[in-house]
Design a protein around this ligand. Structure first.
Ligand SMILES: C[C@@H](N)C(=O)N[C@H](C)C(=O)O
Ligand SMILES: [Zn+2]
Length: 237
């Protein structure tokens, strides 16, 4: 996939102050798997599944049971005209690895002087590295946005999954370079998800999780509830 955009010189893409998923502070958090199953998110009057992902592979709409409950509750707390639109929940490890290494390759072309460690760190602003328990592979994480009920998505300042380079860092939750309306919309999303105990990955306004290592870091819990998992295979009669 080739994308045309320029690396912005005026914004520090390193943002040293942010704790990224590649940070040992995250990977060193212990995981005590609770054994909760994955369930498939079903559309409701306030929560829909983006057809692009649903069509690729319906497993992408699986999440842990508590995550699903939190999402439905969050969706019910939205103003009546709005719904949550889900892009991606659980994902297989193979896809996670592909996303990560494809992005490292893309960055290698942009940051010509960067060493491999730095490229990995920069990549982890956008994709979880495969050597941790990647939040989506644990079923703890979900990528989502706000939309009008049965209508278009709201302006959130960038599209879902626009990388830091592609969006000029506007994908960072606290970006000052988005419109007032987009900032208000991000606040609505944050309010309903935080009220249900979700944590945001600060480099991606659309990425929220519960029960994984990053969530532990944000809320100060001592161990994560979810390690890597897979949807259960239907039994063969
Ligand atoms: C690739 C992007 N949609 C995403 O999910 N990023 C997070 C950080 C992840 O890979 O867990
Ligand atoms: Zn995500």
């Amino acid at each position: 996939m080739t994308k045309n955009f320029e690396v912005r010189e005026d914004i520090d893409p390193k943002r040293e102050s942010l704790v990224l998923l590649s940070d040992p502070k995250i990977s060193s958090i212990p995981i005590s798997e609770c054994g909760e199953h994955l369930v498939r998110l079903e559309p409701s009057s306030k929560l829909t599944i983006d057809p692009k992902f649903g069509e690729v592979d319906t497993r992408y709409s699986f999440v842990r049971i508590s995550v699903a409950k939190g999402l439905y509750r969050a969706s019910e707390a939205l103003p009546s005209e709005l719904e949550l639109r889900i892009y991606e929940g659980w994902r297989p490890r193979s896809i996670q690895e592909r996303y990560f290494y494809d992005f490292v390759d893309e960055l290698r072309g942009m940051y010509k002087d960067a060493q491999e460690d730095e490229l990995n760190r920069l990549a982890s602003r956008y994709v979880a590295p495969p050597w941790i328990a990647p939040p989506h592979v644990t079923g703890a994480a979900v990528d989502l946005t706000l939309a009008y009920v049965d209508g278009p998505e709201l302006d959130m300042g960038t599209k879902v999954n626009e990388s830091p380079e592609e969006s000029g860092m506007r994908c960072y939750m606290d970006s000052n370079e988005i419109s007032d309306e987009a900032r208000r919309n991000r606040k609505v999303l944050s309010r309903v998800l935080k009220a249900q105990g979700f944590a945001n990955y600060p480099t991606e306004w659309w990425h929220w999780s519960m029960g994984d290592q990053y969530w532990c870091f944000i809320y100060g819990h001592s161990s994560a509830r979810y390690g890597e998992t897979k949807p259960q295979q239907p039994s063969v009669a």
